[in-house]
Design a protein around this ligand. Structure first.
Ligand code: NAD
Length: 245
């Protein structure tokens, strides 16, 4: 496959960074969009000239539209930026609700609005949703709702853009060892070490561990590539069997 240009939101850390590394390993150029300018600088320093970082908040739809104009033609879009917030419907504050919707849902919707018109026939979008779209855990009401909305968006876009030759798919990871997961482990660990909490959460997956970002990135890369040429509107679980039971 010839070198492509790929935009990855949330590309400075975690699953997004794993995806950036996978595309770069294949010789693709990557534009990483992330609100963490420092981490973007580290990413560029670590991965070299194939990576360009742009500091942007995906909740800012005008900024997404502007950056898409600047970047020009793109072969694939990966939407990985997201935040994890906890709460039932009853104890989720309005501010937390607004943040989760603006980043996790709006950030994907408006990234697609900005970049899908830049995609050629054969282009693709991969959205990072979550097994939480299937409500696999308590006290993540807004987050689960947002991830479920992403699966609906992926199916709607798959139908809308099939005639344009653009495929749109989702990955639904279980627990993945990223800064997001470790922040949650520290928050809910009750004084235990983060490693112990992550290991315990791993045991809730039939494969007995959490994923590493590269294992999700490999599926993102596959879905974005011509190897997945008859896949669109799919949501692929990368969850170590968590939702199999
Ligand atoms: P992470 O926090 O480790 O990394 C997320 C990256 O996105 C960071 O670099 C962060 O700066 C960036 N980001 C966050 N909000 C942003 C915003 N408003 N604008 C621009 N950049 C922003 O998270 P992760 O674990 O790698 O998660 C990536 C995606 O995968 C998220 O959508 C998350 O919901 C999803 N996910 C994660 C897990 C997990 O266990 N880690 C499981 C299922 C799904």
């Amino acid at each position: 496959m010839s070198s492509r240009t790929v935009v990855v939101t949330g590309g400075a850390a975690g699953i997004g960074r794993g995806a950036v590394e996978r595309f770069v390993a294949a010789g693709d150029r990557v534009v990483a969009l992330d609100r963490d300018a420092t981490a973007l600088g580290d990413l560029e320093a670590d991965l070299g000239e194939l990576v360009t970082g742009r500091a942007i908040d995906v909740a800012d739809r005008a900024a997404l539209a502007a950056i898409a104009t600047e970047v020009g033609s793109v072969d694939a879009l990966v939407c990985a930026a997201g935040v994890q917030r906890y709460g039932t419907v009853v104890d989720t504050s309005w501010n937390v609700y607004d943040e989760v919707m603006a980043v996790n849902v709006g950030g994907v919707f408006f990234a697609c609005q900005a970049f899908v018109p830049k995609l050629p026939r054969g282009g693709s979008v991969v959205v990072v949703a979550s097994v939480q779209a299937y409500a696999a855990q308590k006290s993540v009401a807004a987050y689960s709702m947002g991830k479920g909305a992403l699966l609906s968006l992926v199916r709607a876009m798959a139908v809308d853009h099939a005639d344009d030759g653009i495929r749109v798919n989702a990955v639904c990871p279980g627990s993945v060892d990223t800064p997001m997961l470790r922040t949650s482990a520290a928050q809910f660990g009750g004084g235990r070490s983060t490693d112990d909490v992550v290991a315990e959460w791993g045991r809730s997956h039939p494969l007995g561990r959490v994923a590493n970002p590269g294992e999700v990135a490999e599926v993102i890369y596959f879905l974005s590539s011509p190897a997945a040429s008859f896949m669109t509107g799919a949501d692929v679980k990368v969850d170590g069997g968590l939702t199999a039971g």
